[in-house]
Design a protein around this ligand. Sequence first.
Ligand SMILES: Cc1cc2nc3c(=O)[nH]c(=O)nc-3n(C[C@H](O)[C@H](O)[C@H](O)COP(=O)(O)OP(=O)(O)OC[C@H]3O[C@@H](n4cnc5c(N)ncnc54)[C@H](O)[C@@H]3O)c2cc1C
Length: 437
Amino acid sequence: MVPDIFHRDFRPIPYWWEAYTPRAGDLVDVPKAARVAIVGGGYAGLSTALELAKHGIDAVVLEANELGFGASTRNGGAVSGGVNIGKSFTGRSADVAPERADRLLSDASDAFGLIDRLIEAEKIDCFWEKPGRFVGAWTKKHFDGQTRRLAVLNSAAQSGAYMVPRERQREEIASDYYFGGMVVERSGKLHPALYYKGLLEACRRRDVPVCAQSPVTGIRRSGAEWRIETGRGTVSAGDVVIATNGYTGDLTPALRRRVVPVASHIIATEELPQDLARSLIPKARTLSDTRRVLCYYRMSPDGRRMVFGGRARFTQVDPTVSAPILHRYMTDRFPELHGIKITHAWTGNVAFTLDALPHMGQRDGLHYCLGCNGSGVAMMTYLGWQTARKIARAANYACSYDHEDFPDHPLYSGRPWFLPVVGGYYRLRDNLDRLLA
Ligand SMILES: Cc1cc2nc3c(=O)[nH]c(=O)nc-3n(C[C@H](O)[C@H](O)[C@H](O)COP(=O)(O)OP(=O)(O)OC[C@H]3O[C@@H](n4cnc5c(N)ncnc54)[C@H](O)[C@@H]3O)c2cc1C
């Protein structure tokens, strides 16, 4: 039986879509030619087009669905200035030399700087704030691991990170759920769909054609040019950028084999009583934790609702399945939210990579920026920006994410049949870790 957690006004769409709903708008014709064709109209695609326009290079953005259909209007809106250099599904970590690890962190910190500058320069009204993040430790061992990472985070990514012991945890969260945790001051939050809308408007101000309902169905070489076939016409271009992230399909099989689309799910609660709403996250930070099946959460921009996300399942499931699980995760942390109803529940695809790192580069002549690994608001904006600068020959250094080693795996062809098993295994490991903590 479906538990009684759904508000009478419940809608199975992102809460963010109340402010901007993905739409095709007045359909822009697919041009016959452009210097650069960009496949995918999320943050990465728009950011690429915007930066190219600033260099006087004309680009077309080709989006299969409505504008904002992908993860870019569905995410939690937590903005990180870091990157996890850790283990992926395969148990494989990226083979990263210490010098490159520092550059990966430093470039992730630049990604945070870029989004800050972009929002300011383009006057994007998206509730951008920089209150920092609290990452709760699931076990004492995780707390010790976080403590060991502090020095490198602060030196390479200027994270402004420090540890909060369990006795002082209630300064961060109205809960005793964690074993203390880490504060990362250099983190922020925004309204993801309004940030998207702002990027879209910035592209339109520069007359970039952003073509909705234009699925790219084929890309082939024709002499020195690419011929890109879409559902609404064919365009010739000198360069092509693939920015399809968790929605990468058969169009680019070699890239599809390198990203694993994992579902992530979110709920938003009804408006909470003001005092209760203010008390839950006293410093208004974003929160996440160190579990393998992590949860991430924050208050809505008006401070009235809890927006609570996590991998309730690793695959797309109906909100009647995911929402009760997330509601339980939420009340495990905040028992005072028992009885609070959910007004919105939704899902979207995150692109994981087999070395757990984001990637940009070129394969078979096509540029790509892919693989946010769950943390892509700043990073995918940045990789699009870096890709544009590379095409414009304006980059004065090679981005550390532009690396030829973008691994695949002999047992993975692009269809993630193993996700339910991995999800179950991760949940079991989380539970065991806590039992033994
Ligand atoms: C539920 C959820 C929560 C998240 N929370 C956070 C968070 O709090 N913080 C954070 O930093 N990151 C978060 N992320 C990740 C972040 O949302 C993504 O990294 C980011 O939005 C990816 O942007 P993108 O432009 O690369 O891809 P997307 O926004 O996913 O856009 C890709 C687009 O490509 C299009 N496409 C695919 N194939 C074709 C084709 N053949 N032709 C034309 N178009 C095509 C798709 O329709 C899609 O619109 C979250 C993601 C999800 C799903």
